[in-house]
Design a protein around this ligand. Structure first.
Ligand SMILES: [Zn+2]
Length: 316
């Protein structure tokens, strides 16, 4: 279904439209507290659609062919941000089964099994007993948690604010919230070095995502540059090869990253970088600010339609 339309909207060559999809996690089974992360079953039909409707390429190759005007029809890239262990354990076997390549952007500070600042808050809201969660001491309000919905609402609002805290303070506050609520040490969500090497050895493309995942726009330029450079250097040390693609943390152009970060990324030797501006890329897109969007929808037919509508949308 729709195959003809995908190819009509996104022809091969100079008029190509490149769809770049963002994922973070793929859960082994659905988690009511994480309704926006696909589980293995949902991801499997998404990957089947990618395999059937698109020509999926690793980002480095897609960016090069976009610049050369040699993309195939209905070209797409599948990307994962942050470095969750479920990328290797759950997502990769499904991608591999369908022969779909993917690009994984890793924030190096969280490797070795730890968890990111956002997961400290999510896990704290998961285990907090029903009642009031008081985060007033951190200027993050008070939250009534007594249902799955109220827990999702609470962590969503807290993360929305905490995300833009001063970078060092953000990590400190998140850790403290996790500690106060007794988030167990055993809650280890990110890949280890060994797992990352295994993912690369399987043929996945690995990209950089800074060291500690700061909002670059909130940092002085020297720190932003150091974050980008550190993440790249650490990945290259682990993998023993050059890392040439990059994803901006959070990634909203103008708010989280801007043209000067694109210059830093270029000067540091990357070939392409992706934002989270939600639309397709084409010949006019800048290689250091390629847009991408988050796929969602609960049924394959709606998802197929959404991918098409995205491709057919007017150039913003
Ligand atoms: Zn990220």
């Amino acid at each position: 279904m729709y195959r003809f339309l995908y190819r009509a909207l996104s022809p091969a060559g100079a008029k190509a439209r490149l769809s770049i999809f963002i994922f973070h996690r793929v859960l082994p089974v659905a988690d009511p507290l994480l309704p926006f992360e696909p589980d293995a079953e949902q991801f499997a039909w998404m990957v089947k659609l990618f395999a059937r409707q698109f020509n999926v390429l690793p980002l480095g190759e897609a960016a090069r062919r976009l610049a050369d005007g040699t993309l195939p029809a209905a070209a797409a890239v599948v990307t994962f941000d942050d470095g969750y262990a479920d990328n290797l354990e759950v997502a990769w076997p499904i991608l591999k089964r369908h022969g779909v390549p993917a690009t994984f952007f890793i924030a190096t500070a969280f490797l070795e099994g730890g968890r990111m600042w956002n997961d400290e808050v999510i896990e704290a809201m998961r285990i907090a007993p029903p009642g009031t969660v008081d985060l007033g001491a951190f200027d993050l309000g008070q939250w009534q948690v007594d249902s799955v919905d109220s827990r999702i609402k609470a962590y969503g609002a807290v993360l929305g604010r905490l995300k833009y805290f001063d970078h060092g303070r953000r990590a400190e506050v998140a850790r403290e919230i996790g500690r106060l609520h007794g988030v167990p040490e055993a809650c280890q969500l990110m890949m280890t070095h060994r797992q990352l090497k295994a993912l690369r050895a399987e043929g996945a493309e690995i990209g950089a995502h800074t060291h500690t995942h700061p909002i670059l726009e909130g940092l002085p330029d020297d720190q932003a540059r150091a974050e980008i450079a550190d993440g790249k250097a650490q990945l290259e040390a682990i993998l023993g090869e050059r890392v040439e693609v990059f994803a901006y943390p959070n990634g909203v152009p103008g708010r989280d990253c801007s043209a000067r970060h694109g210059e830093m990324v270029r000067d540091l030797g990357f070939r392409a970088a992706v934002t989270t501006e939600p639309r397709f890329a084409d010949g006019e897109s800048l290689p250091y600010h390629l847009p991408r969007f988050t796929p969602w929808d609960r049924t394959p037919s709606r998802f197929a339609l959404r991918c098409l509508m995205q491709l057919g949308s007017r150039r913003g």
